[in-house]
Structure formats: structure tokens, C-alpha cells
Design a protein around this ligand. Structure first.
Ligand SMILES: Nc1nc2c(ncn2[C@@H]2O[C@H](COP(=O)(O)OP(=O)(O)OP(=O)(O)O)[C@@H](O)[C@H]2O)c(=O)[nH]1
Ligand SMILES: [Mg+2]
Length: 202
């Protein structure tokens, strides 16, 4: 049996969300352009003897995208909150902006959160200490990892930990997968409708 699970990545522009996802999906590293709108990737993963199909959503940190925002969070089993350890404001914005958004829009109350301080390969430019990261994670009752999408340090560990935590909460997966599937189909139709519809403007 394959268990389906849906994650999403949030945090300021440039913190390395897409790079972490790329590093996890393909173990490759390259320079990415800022994400435009919303993107998602699918990855099969075996954790604790269970086979999972993960759909991981990635969004642009620099845009606020109005009504789409709630469908991004809806049905998410896991949310990865990312900051850049070399840019203090990205850490502060997690509490000021992103955590509030999660509270407002995430519909799964048991949804698992994980805090990631990225770019630890640039340790000499560090502006947020490991202890501060741990304290924020404690405050939000979530796990904490310091990662580098560049060297892949802790990246797989972080996604595995999130998956394990999700498997520990059966209520998340029981009705979740059907709802998620419906939502993805709906989102897909919403994106395709303007092009395929041909009902206006031409
Ligand atoms: N040194 C270092 N650079 C990184 C790391 N992760 C990402 N970068 C670089 O940081 C820049 C931004 O990375 P992205 O993955 O595009 O960031 P993002 O969070 O997806 O940004 P938006 O899509 O704009 O929200 C790129 O130039 C990456 O190469 C890392 O772990 N170490
Ligand atoms: Mg991106």
C-alpha cells in the first residue's frame, strides 16, 4: 500500500526553499531563479518500512497570492518553515508573518511543522545562532534542523523526520489523502481553465 502525503515549504524569498526541495528530490545542486507562483514535486520515499508518495509544494516567498494562499495550505500534512541562517530578518519574519499565516490557513490541526535554518555551509556569515533556532522551534513545538541545500547536509534527515512524525499521527492520513487528491485536481483545473475554456476575450 502506498500512503499519500502532502507537504509545503514556506519562508522568505531566497532562503533556499526550492534548493532544499531540489536537493531532496534529485540530490543535485544548482543555482535557481526565484520561484514564480506555485510549483510542486513528487517523490517516493520508504520510511519505517512504509512506502509513501510525497507531494511537496513550493511557493514564491516574494509574492502574496491572494485567494490561492488558502488552497496552498489546505490539507497539508506537513509544513516546512525555512529561514536563512545568514539573514536575520528571514528568521524574524517566520514568527511575524509565516507562523501567523500557517495558523490562519492550515486546516489540519494535527499538521506537523518543522523548522529549518538553511545555508549552514556559510557558517562564517551566520546571523542566527543554533540556540535561537532551537528556542523558536520549542516555542512552536516543532522539530528543528540546520541544513544546507548546497552540501545536502541534513536535507534527507529533515524530510524523513517530517514523514516519520506524520506516520505517528494516524488521524492526519485517514481522511487526508482523499481530500488532498480532490484538492490537487481542483487546483489543476483552476490553473488550466483560463487556457482551455475559450469562453471570453477572443
Ligand atoms: N550557500 C548556500 N546557498 C544556498 C543554499 N540554498 C540556497 N542557496 C542559494 O540561495 C539562492 C536562493 O535559493 P532558492 O532556492 O531559489 O530560494 P527560495 O526560497 O526558493 O526563493 P523564492 O523562490 O524566491 O521564494 C540561490 O542562489 C541558491 O543557490 C545553501 O544551503 N547554501
Ligand atoms: Mg523558490
Amino acid at each position: 500500500m502506498i500512503i499519500r502525503s502532502r507537504f509545503c515549504l514556506i519562508g522568505d524569498s531566497g532562503v533556499g526553499k526550492s534548493s532544499l526541495l531540489l536537493s531532496f528530490i534529485s540530490s543535485s545542486v544548482r543555482d535557481l531563479s526565484p520561484t514564480i507562483g506555485v510549483d510542486f514535486k513528487v517523490k517516493m520515499l520508504t520510511v519505517g518500512g512504509k512506502r509513501l508518495k510525497l507531494t511537496i509544494w513550493d511557493t514564491a516567498g516574494q509574492e502574496r497570492f491572494g485567494t490561492l494562499i488558502s488552497s496552498y495550505y489546505r490539507g497539508a500534512h506537513g509544513i516546512i518553515l525555512v529561514y536563512d541562517v545568514t539573514r536575520r530578518e528571514t528568521f524574524e519574519n517566520l514568527s511575524d508573518i509565516w507562523a501567523k499565516e500557517v495558523e490562519l490557513y492550515s486546516t489540519n490541526h494535527d499538521c506537523i511543522k518543522i523548522l529549518v535554518g538553511n545555508k549552514v555551509d556559510r557558517d562564517s556569515e551566520r546571523a542566527v545562532s543554533r540556540e535561537e533556532g532551537m528556542a523558536l522551534a520549542q516555542q512552536h513545538k516543532c522539530s528543528f534542523f540546520e541544513c544546507s541545500a548546497k552540501t545536502s547536509e541534513n536535507v534527507l534527515k529533515c524530510f524523513k523526520e517530517l514523514t516519520l512524525k506524520i506516520l505517528e499521527v494516524p488521524s492526519l492520513l485517514e481522511n487526508g489523502s482523499v481530500v488532498v487528491k480532490q484538492q490537487i485536481m481542483k487546483d489543476k483545473q483552476a490553473y488550466q481553465a483560463p487556457r482551455g475554456g475559450g469562453s471570453c476575450c477572443s
